[in-house]
Write a protein that binds this ligand. Structure first.
Ligand SMILES: Nc1ncnc2c1ncn2[C@@H]1O[C@H](COP(=O)(O)OP(=O)(O)OP(=O)(O)O)[C@@H](O)[C@H]1O
Ligand SMILES: [Mg+2]
Length: 447
């Protein structure tokens, strides 16, 4: 994958997130700065600290959505966590470090699949040979045909015939017997009691080494066998140690951690009850964000250059309520604004996954040709906006309930509908929503 320029990152985000230009730009620049840093001379490179970002904005305006979409598009180890996950009692210190361990695992996965591409041709050749060996086994292992003999030539011809059948895909469903190593890992057994992330890495390793590789005969189709043998062959062609070294480097230099709901670990000054544990999470996060070394099962990982992007609504608290050290580590603050009627119209219609597109596609499976008039869409946006003003402001999330209410009946009757052409106009929207909007009690429950 190509490294994206800031413009390209923004353009890719535009496909899903409406507005919020400042946040998109800040994130895009921060990501590009990783790439820039790696092109600096060694000494300077060490000095450049990542420009960590906090995205601040009310609920439902696209903070998490930006993170979610970023995850899919950048060519770097990227992990998204909720700060609140780390509040529970007994989940301190070590558990926050598990963020970094997960990041490394992700990075290993990335590097390994790149390495697999490098050895793909060779591994595919080896795989084919092994499948042919299984399809045409030697009857007796002690007996090998004299090279050049009549029988050896016959064997060779048969093998080549099988090879062309195999390549033509004629043997995919043929069943063969394979001896495969089997890992019956006690780690998984234990994992049902303790999640592996909570287990000290040394212990995890020890458990894995305790389990001998078992060999087991299995019958499977050629199609299935090819996948398994390929995985095995690729694995043996890849230098494991090098992969891990590369992956750790990549996590250290390009890794990105998105911490969502940062405001929720922001206690008020009173410092009682849960606030204490919230402060605890901040204290645990600090060394990782400031730069420290975390031990993982694959080795030590330095966090100095990992980019952190945080997000929070900060309605009950302010970024200035965070521990001062943590504030200093998030120098870039970007605000995400409230969404208005105009944005709602665009959110309903424009993104690749827009709600209107989804409804049309869903009902399309029933043979219904659903259509929303422009006025209907404007009406829904207006209603959503009003509901946000009168009830509570939940941002674009309001659109979900609004649209569900509007299509409720159509959706219910769709399978038996005689008329397959359905047009939703402004009157229909009003008809569906007006009563509810007028009745405060009902709207509290239904919108
Ligand atoms: N700017 C936007 N463009 C497109 N869709 C949006 C936008 N903002 C919100 N949405 C929609 O609303 C949903 C909720 O938004 P999101 O999860 O980003 O909220 P948030 O800002 O993280 O709020 P919270 O502070 O409650 O976590 C998203 O899944 C998305 O479908
Ligand atoms: Mg969110």
């Amino acid at each position: 994958m190509q490294e994206l320029t800031p413009k390209e990152v923004v353009a890719a985000l535009d496909r899903y997130v409406i507005g919020q230009e400042d946040a998109k730009r800040a994130v895009a620049v921060a990501i590009r700065n990783r790439w820039r840093r790696l092109r600096l001379p060694e000494g300077l490179r060490e000095e450049v600290a990542p420009k960590n970002i906090v995205m601040i904005g009310p609920t439902g305006v696209g903070k998490s959505e930006i993170a979610r979409r970023l995850a899919g598009m950048i060519n770097a180890p990227f992990i998204k966590v909720e700060a609140t996950k780390y509040t529970e009692v007994g989940y301190h210190g070590r558990d926050v470090e598990s963020i970094i361990r997960d990041l490394v695992e992700l990075s290993i996965g990335m590097v390994r699949s790149e390495q697999t591409e490098v050895v793909r041709d060779r591994a595919e050749t080896l795989t084919e040979e092994r499948i042919l060996d299984t399809l045409l086994p030697y009857a007796d292992h002690d007996f090998v045909d004299e090279p050049g003999s009549e029988s050896a030539q016959r064997r060779h011809r048969t093998r080549e015939k099988l090879r062309s059948q195999l390549r033509a895909g004629h043997l995919e469903d043929r069943e063969i017997r394979l001896t495969m190593p089997q890992k019956s890992s006690p780690v998984t057994a234990i994992a049902t009691m303790v999640s592996p992330g909570d287990m000290p890495p040394e212990l995890q390793d020890m458990f894995e080494r305790l389990v001998p590789d078992q060999q087991r005969d299995r019958t499977m189709t050629v199609r299935e066998a090819r996948k398994q043998i390929f995985a095995q062959e690729a694995e043996s062609l890849i230098d494991r140690e090098k992969t891990i070294q590369m992956a750790i480097r990549r996590a250290e230099d390009s890794g990105i951690v998105f911490i969502d709901e940062l405001d929720k670990v922001c206690g008020t000054e009173t410092m009682t009850g849960p606030d204490v544990s919230r402060q605890g999470v901040q204290r645990d996060l600090l060394p990782i964000v400031e730069g420290s070394t975390v031990s993982t099962r694959h080795g030590m990982v330095r966090t100095d250059h990992i980019l952190f992007i945080a997000a929070g609504a900060f309605t009950q608290s302010k970024p200035s309520d965070l521990m001062p050290e943590l504030q200093g580590r998030f120098p870039i603050r970007v605000g995400l604004g409230d969404l208005g009627e105009g944005e709602f119209v665009r959110i309903l219609t424009e993104p690749d996954n827009a709600l209107i597109k989804q409804q049309i596609a869903l009902l399309g499976t029933e043979g219904i040709e659903l259509e929303f008039t422009e006025e209907a869409i404007r009406e829904m946006a207006a209603m959503a906006h009003r509901a946000n003003e009168h009830l509570s402001n939940i941002g674009a999330r309001r659109l979900y309930t609004i649209i569900e209410k509007v299509v409720e009946d159509i959706s219910f009757y769709a399978p038996d509908a005689a008329n397959k052409q359905v047009v939703i106009d402004a009157d229909y929207v009003r008809m569906r929503l007006a009563d509810i909007m007028q009745d405060e009690k009902r709207s509290q429950y239904e919108l």
